[in-house]
Design a binder for this molecule. Structure first.
Ligand SMILES: NC(=O)c1ccc[n+]([C@@H]2O[C@H](COP(=O)([O-])OP(=O)(O)OC[C@H]3O[C@@H](n4cnc5c(N)ncnc54)[C@H](OP(=O)(O)O)[C@@H]3O)[C@@H](O)[C@H]2O)c1
Length: 350
């Protein structure tokens, strides 16, 4: 008999009944595929940066304690859904079984290595062990299984990039894809947290899109990182400003030099809380602030903009945009300096 689940995964929700998986507290993570599910053997989790930083801070940066923390969350919730940040990440694994109702799909086969493009906050995950935690990248080697629902999106891993590099890029694929849509020729784009994963890819897309008459400005907490140096050396930014984006007044003081006319588009790519107001203050009236960061507070953004009288359009950082995986991977291929940096930083032995 064929047992079909809900295409959105509600059949896996244990608590509270009637919820969808992302909003649920606990999922059924039984490693068995319903007829319209895909079961994967999981190799690596890419815990999203805001979540990983919170867990790492809570565990004093100790890899073993971080591993135990992740195991405990998954044990409690049936998914890697950080209750503090509310965010997750994604996984890389190998397809173990495809339910009979999905057997006709031509984009995936048993044995393929894929990256999930839906959040771990809604992915039933069963962990046997955490094998290692890379505190520099937030990538966690595990033994376990995950389930993808009928509605889930995923991507076959590309042949031309190391797995860990592809995982790092795909984790933040929404950022370059959205910047590609939002940045217009001649526009000024400001990327806050410009030297991180999403920040670098956002700067590369912004540079391409705004062209020679536009301007790209990066804000970073320190100019001393290799990725900050790369942004300047390879002219991804016209100006690199150093500031703690949690300090809105400090950012305002930078504006006359960094953004005299303010930005048409501000892209927030930081992994810490409390940067909403600085992002808003960098933006022109009627400009767009795109909050890719998972550490964004809706209330801080909405009330902050109102409080400073800024008529800006604020976008929640939807991690999905049509074709985002392809755009993100192509961004890396088209920008060898950024690709070299990602390979040096994220590639391990995969
Ligand atoms: N919307 C989505 O679907 C989605 C998907 C994946 C990730 N995310 C979120 O997107 C954000 C960025 O992710 P990522 O992987 O690109 O992170 P990342 O590589 O860790 O980069 C974070 C960046 O923020 C900078 N930063 C930290 N504190 C700062 C401060 N006080 N002021 C200015 N900049 C600061 C960091 O600078 P240093 O490195 O110099 O410290 C770094 O450049 C995170 O919040 C993550 O959770 C969202």
């Amino acid at each position: 008999m064929i047992t079909l689940g809900c295409r959105l995964g509600s059949h896996r929700v244990i608590e509270p009944k009637g919820a969808l998986p992302q909003g649920a507290w606990k999922l059924d993570n039984t490693p068995h595929a319903y007829a319209n599910e895909i079961l994967c053997t999981v190799e690596t989790l890419n815990v999203d940066s805001a979540s990983f930083k919170q867990i790492s801070d809570a565990c004093g940066g100790d890899p073993q304690a971080i591993g135990a923390h992740i195991l405990a969350t998954v044990e409690k919730r049936g998914k890697q859904h950080n209750p503090v940040t509310g965010s997750g990440g994604m996984f890389v694994g190998r397809v173990r079984a495809i339910g009979s109702a999905l057997a006709g799909r031509d984009d995936v086969a048993v044995g393929d290595r894929i990256a999930s493009l839906v959040s771990l906050t809604l992915t039933p995950l069963h962990l046997e062990a955490v094998e290692s935690v890379d505190t520099a990248t937030g990538q966690v080697r595990v033994r376990g299984s995950a389930v993808l629902f009928e509605s889930a999106i995923y991507a076959r891993l590309p042949d031309d990039l190391p797995t860990d590099v592809a995982l790092a890029v795909l984790d933040v694929a929404g950022a370059p894809a959205q910047v590609r849509r939002l940045a217009r020729p001649g526009a000024t784009v400001c990327v806050i947290g410009a030297d991180g994963k999403s920040g670098l890819l956002a700067c590369a897309q912004a540079r391409e899109r705004v062209g020679p008459t536009g301007r790209v400005v990066g804000i970073v907490p320190s100019a001393e990182t290799p990725s900050a140096a790369l942004l300047v050396e390879h002219r991804y930014v016209d100006h690199l400003a150093v500031a703690d984006a949690r300090d809105a007044l400090a950012v305002v003081q930078l504006l006359p030099e960094a953004l005299p006319e303010m930005a048409d588009v501000v892209v927030n790519c930081v992994n810490v809380a409390g940067t909403e107001l600085a992002s808003i203050l960098c933006c022109k009236d009627e400009g767009i602030v795109y909050f890719f960061s998972m550490a964004t507070s809706f209330t801080a953004a909405a009330l902050g903009a109102e409080g400073v009288g800024k008529d800006v359009t604020m976008m929640v950082g939807n991690g999905y945009a049509k074709g985002h995986a392809a755009v993100a991977l192509q961004t890396l291929r088209d920008h060898p300096a950024i690709a070299d940096y990602f390979i040096a930083r994220y590639s391990r032995s995969s």
